[in-house]
Design a protein around this ligand. Structure first.
Ligand SMILES: [Fe+2]
Length: 213
C-alpha cells in the first residue's frame, strides 16, 4: 500500500479531490422543457396547426405500431405446433420491421416539433388495438389477431395520409404511404397466406380422382 510520502501512489487528499471532481451530478430534477401536445416550432415552412395535427395523428399510429411490434414478439416467443420454426422466424422478422417503423414515426413527430410517445403505460392508454390474453394461443388465432391489428393501422394510416396531403404536410404523407402502409400491406400478405386451407402433400383433385377408382 502507498504511504503518504510515496509520490507514485495517491495521497489521501488526492483521493478526496478526485472523488469530488469525478462525482456524477445525479438525482437532478427540473420542470419539463416542453409539455406533451405542444409544438416547439422548427423552421420547416409548415404552419404550427398543421404540425400539431400531424403529430397527434402520428402518435396514434406510433402507439398502434408499438403494440403490433410487441404482439409480434409475443407470438414469436409463444408460437406452437408443426409450423413453429417458420412462424417463429417470420414473426421476429416482422417485429424487426415494425421496430424500424416505430423509430421512423417517432422521429417524424420530433421533426414536426412535437413530442413522441415512448413509455409502455402511455402506449397502453393510447392504442386502439385490442389487448391479447397473457397466455398462449393457437397459431391461427395468433395470426387472426395480427391481421386485425394490421387492418386497424392500415385504415387509420390511409385516412391520416389523406389529411396530411390536404394540409400540405408532404413529409408525413410520404411516411404514412411509403413506410407505414406499404410495410403493413406486405406483412399482411405474408401472414394471411398461412390461413389459406390448402393441402400440404396430396392435392384435393388427386384425392377425389383416386377415391373414384
Ligand atoms: Fe428470439
Amino acid at each position: 500500500m502507498a504511504s503518504r510520502s510515496d509520490k507514485r501512489g495517491p495521497s489521501y487528499s488526492q483521493l478526496e479531490d478526485g472523488t469530488k471532481k469525478a462525482e456524477p451530478l445525479a438525482h437532478q430534477g427540473a420542470p419539463e422543457i416542453q409539455p406533451y401536445g405542444k409544438i416547439a416550432r422548427l423552421p420547416i415552412a409548415l404552419d404550427e396547426k398543421v404540425c400539431a395535427a400531424s403529430a397527434e395523428n402520428l402518435n396514434q399510429i406510433l402507439a398502434d405500431t408499438m403494440t403490433l411490434r410487441d404482439l409480434y414478439k409475443k407470438h414469436h416467443w409463444q408460437v406452437a405446433g408443426r409450423t413453429f420454426y417458420q412462424l417463429h422466424l417470420l414473426f421476429d422478422k416482422h417485429h424487426g420491421e415494425q421496430d424500424e417503423l416505430v423509430d421512423t414515426i417517432a422521429e417524424r413527430i420530433q421533426s414536426l416539433g412535437g413530442i413522441s410517445l415512448a413509455m409502455a403505460a402511455d402506449i397502453a392508454e393510447t392504442t386502439i388495438i385490442p389487448r391479447p390474453p397473457r397466455g398462449r394461443e393457437e397459431p391461427p388465432v395468433q395470426i387472426s389477431r395480427l391481421l386485425e391489428a394490421h387492418e386497424i393501422i392500415l385504415k387509420e394510416a390511409r385516412t391520416m395520409a389523406r389529411q396530411a396531403a390536404e394540409a400540405g404536410d408532404d413529409g408525413t404523407n410520404d411516411l404514412l404511404v411509403s413506410d407505414v402502409i406499404r410495410t403493413n400491406e406486405l406483412q399482411t400478405w405474408f401472414i394471411a397466406e398461412h390461413l389459406v386451407d390448402v393441402p400440404l402433400v396430396r392435392a384435393d383433385k388427386a384425392k377425389s380422382a383416386s377415391a373414384g377408382r
